[in-house]
Design a protein around this ligand. Structure first.
Ligand code: CMC
Length: 390
């Protein structure tokens, strides 16, 4: 009925009214529930920020205690999940395994699928926050052919994740506090980003009243794409390639500017931030601290710094308002922590989990939500007849 607006990529279309995250791309502002991201990165932690995103306000001390304890205590997954992991080929990408296992949560936890039962939604919320790190660590261990590690309730969220990824049953795992803190900060910085590709996917799938596990697994699949969450992995691949080919970062930049083979400077540019990405600033500081402490492949870091310096002074990038985004440095930090590239997007997914949950819950509670159903501009053939039909 009537004319439809043609808006590829939904550049100018709001699909939701949301009270969760505020972004001003021109000013480089990002706030969760009104709180600036830099204040949260400095003063809060990932679990508290998850509470803030999902419930709308910072928790009181007792609310925090209860929330944190719930997450700590529900980290075990159903033992049969292990056999599910056996079915994947050894070289399966952990992101694909993660998406599949979160989808499978709706088979293992079929008692909390009703989108309109608040108690069930609450249980699913805890299941996602507590158990997905365990599934992510299983995916990681599977890809390395190493034994799965059980979660340990004495450890906090980030410590437990590190233990499940890097620990072995034969020895006590010693948590490195600098690493755990840095991981917590990275997760917090990724916790929500309003109506990005994966959050919109979660809402769209959920708008059909699909349960929260399947909706979020769809979001994980969206995040897998290299233009979205896969960018941190792509940044490191790019740096490696430059290193392996022995070309100067400056030569690489010429290729980018000439759009040779369509290559882009990965980790640069953002659909919304056209000034700078406030998360990138905080991450740059974390990167300096972590890389200093852990000593990593400094050659890659040097290449990254030279690319950044060159890009920030180059007309091509200035005219197009292209600045480093959150992913430019995260990959290098994860690498220094010992994570292989395939795990970078998985870590992004763990960080984004509270955001997806908050977006899904807001969508399902909003009386104005309708099933997502974009229109199209038809450009195909007019009526024609099958031979012999007329
Ligand atoms: N390197 C070189 N040129 C670029 C880049 C880049 N990274 N990004 C955009 N451009 C150019 C693009 O070629 C175009 O030039 P022209 O006007 O001459 O055709 C112009 O800038 C506008 O680009 P666009 O693709 O229309 O911009 P967009 O807002 O649709 O794309 C983006 C945003 C993030 C997909 C894009 O900047 C990009 O591909 N960046 C590299 C991948 C990346 O780092 N992604 C992570 C995004 S942040 C994490 C997340 O939230 O998922």
């Amino acid at each position: 009925t009537g004319r439809v607006a043609y808006d590829p990529g939904f550049m100018n279309t709001a699909n939701a009214k949301s009270a969760i995250t505020y972004i001003d791309g021109d000013e480089g502002i990002l706030r969760y529930r009104g709180y600036p991201i830099d204040e949260l990165a400095e003063k809060s932690n990932f679990v508290e920020t998850a509470y803030l995103l999902i419930y709308g306000n910072l928790p009181s001390a007792s609310e925090y205690e209860e929330f944190e304890t719930m997450i700590r205590r529900h980290t075990m997954v159903h033992e049969d999940f292990k056999t599910f992991f056996d079915g994947f080929p050894r070289d399966a990408h952990p992101m694909a395994v993660l998406a599949a296992s979160v989808s499978a949560m709706s088979t293992f936890y079929s008692d909390s699928l009703d989108p309109f039962d608040d108690r069930q939604v609450e249980i699913s919320t805890f299941r996602l926050l507590s158990k997905v790190p365990t599934l992510a660590a299983y995916a990681f261990k599977k890809s390395k052919g190493e034994p799965f590690m059980y979660p340990q309730n004495k450890l906090n969220y980030a410590e437990n994740l590190l233990q499940m990824c890097f620990g072995f049953p034969t020895e006590e795992y010693e948590v490195d506090p600098v690493m755990a803190k840095a991981l917590d900060t990275l997760l917090l910085l990724h916790a929500d980003h309003e109506q990005n590709c994966s959050a919109s996917t979660v809402r769209l799938v959920g708008s059909a009243h699909a349960n929260i596990f399947t909706s979020i697994s769809a979001g994980i699949n969206a995040l897998y794409g290299p233009l979205h969450g896969g960018a941190n992995e792509a940044v490191l691949n790019m740096l490696r390639k430059i290193q392996a080919e022995g070309i100067e970062p400056e030569q690489f930049m010429e290729k980018v500017k000439n759009k040779e083979d369509g290559i882009r400077l990965m980790g640069f540019g953002h659909r919304v931030y056209k000034n700078y990405d406030p998360r990138a600033r905080i991450i740059k500081k974390t990167a300096d601290e972590v890389l200093e402490q852990m000593g990593s492949n400094n050659e890659l870091l040097d290449i990254a710094r030279r690319l950044e310096e060159k890009a920030l002074a180059d007309d091509y990038f200035i005219e197009r308002k292209l600045y480093p985004n959150v992913d430019f440095y995260t990959g290098m930090i994860y690498k220094a922590m010992g994570f292989p590239e395939e795990m970078f997007t998985v870590l992004f997914a763990l960080g984004r989990m509270p955001g997806w949950i908050a977006q899904w819950r807001e969508m399902i509670q909003d009386p104005e939500t309708k099933i997502g159903r974009p229109r199209q501009v038809y450009i195909g053939e007019g009526l024609r007849h099958y031979p012999g039909a007329k």
